[in-house]
Design a protein around this ligand. Structure first.
Ligand SMILES: NC(=O)c1ccc[n+]([C@@H]2O[C@H](COP(=O)([O-])OP(=O)(O)OC[C@H]3O[C@@H](n4cnc5c(N)ncnc54)[C@H](OP(=O)(O)O)[C@@H]3O)[C@@H](O)[C@H]2O)c1
Length: 236
């Protein structure tokens, strides 16, 4: 394996969109570390990903709610592969309830993971991405621009993330780091305890977001698609 092989770290890469991105990047010849709150979930994902390309996937137990945990995850990638080129801030949760019923605990968890977790991810990776002239990609949501009933916590986290992500883009562009905000509509995953089935065929599939990330990192260095809205062509 050439020392110049590019590397990626994907938070919440154990399933869903994060896993779809991991698979696409490994097919592109990029080494990928996937994180999860559970070592077992991360290991299972890495085992499956290593079947796509042996030795290209690495499992890391890491919780985005901890800056120290994010710093450790970046250090594991640097120790193992010597560089970090792409950081995909993907980990996220959704708690949906009317404000009258939304618990303080669910509010806090949503903000901690979906918003503060990305801040910690950025703080932990900017030095390594400055070194590599790398790329930081945020998986936000159309819920970061469209508000809906039962969405106070999720909307707040994703509206916040869209603002954070674009301001960060302006902060780090002159250091040679690209930042893109991807805002998907409905994607067929286990998000919010959903069980994907054939009925989800109309939705965006995780590999479609993988294709978007794969295409983004192939853009000429001079050009930055900074915010991308993506939605099912024909919603049900
Ligand atoms: N599905 C959609 O329709 C949709 C649409 C727009 C945006 N999004 C966004 O896309 C992202 C991925 O969602 P998904 O649909 O792929 O959901 P998913 O299938 O439920 O996957 C979520 C991932 O995040 C990880 N995760 C959750 N909390 C974490 C934490 N504190 N630290 C580290 N990892 C954590 C999970 O890993 P473990 O459970 O193993 O820890 C899992 O790998 C989220 O940010 C979500 O808001 C989803």
């Amino acid at each position: 394996m050439a020392e110049s092989t590019k590397t990626a770290l994907i938070t919440g890469g154990s399933k869903g969109i994060g896993y779809g991105i991991a698979e696409a990047l490994i097919r592109d010849g990029i080494r990928v570390a996937v994180t999860s709150r559970s070592q077992q979930n991360a290991d299972e994902a890495a085992t499956a990903l290593n079947k796509v390309r042996e030795g290209y996937a690495l499992a890391i137990e890491s919780d985005v709610r901890s800056l120290a945990s994010q710093e450790q995850a970046v250090q594991i990638v640097l120790d193992k592969w010597g560089r970090l080129d792409y950081f995909i801030a993907n980990a996220g949760v959704g708690h949906f309830a009317p404000i009258q019923e939304l618990s303080a605990e669910h509010w806090q968890e949503t903000i901690d993971i979906n918003l503060t977790g990305v801040f910690f991810s950025a703080k932990a990776s900017i030095a390594a991405l400055t070194e590599s002239k790398g790329y930081f990609i945020n998986i936000a949501s159309l819920a970061g621009t469209n508000f809906f009933a039962n969405g106070t916590a999720y909307n707040a986290s994703k509206f916040g993330l869209v603002g954070f992500s674009q301001a960060m883009m302006l902060d780090v562009r002159n250091a040679g780091i690209k930042v893109t905000t991807i805002m998907p509509g409905s994607v067929a995953t286990e998000f919010n305890n959903h069980e994907p089935s054939e009925k989800d065929a109309w939705k965006i599939q995780p590999e479609d977001i993988g294709q978007i990330v794969s295409d983004l990192i192939k853009m000429p260095a001079r050009t930055l698609p900074s915010k991308i809205e993506v939605r099912p062509t024909t919603p049900k």
